[in-house]
Design a protein. Sequence first.
Length: 115
Amino acid sequence: MNVLFILNDPPYGSERSYNGLRLARALAKQPEQQVRVFLMGDAVACAKAGQKVPEGYYNAGDMVKLAAAAGEVGLCATCLAARGIEDAELVPGALRRTLADLAAWTAEADKVLVF
């Protein structure tokens, strides 16, 4: 099954993106699952490298790296530009994508989950 996760919330202050990334990783471990994650709006900050978080707290950047290792992670190019985030600032595996890419991923998906 091909599952697309669309995340919209910032990495911290809400746990929606955190929980979306957790579920994406868990689903990717299941047999015959293809998982894609698309970060939009404030969620693009989840993929920023070098995040410093309190000890014992999750690191959204590390979670994005793990999701990318298990599937594909795309980031809204317009959203990145609006926030002044350059490709060099992203964690490995997180790639700048377009709305056309998101449309194609959506058309190919068997299920779309929005967080």
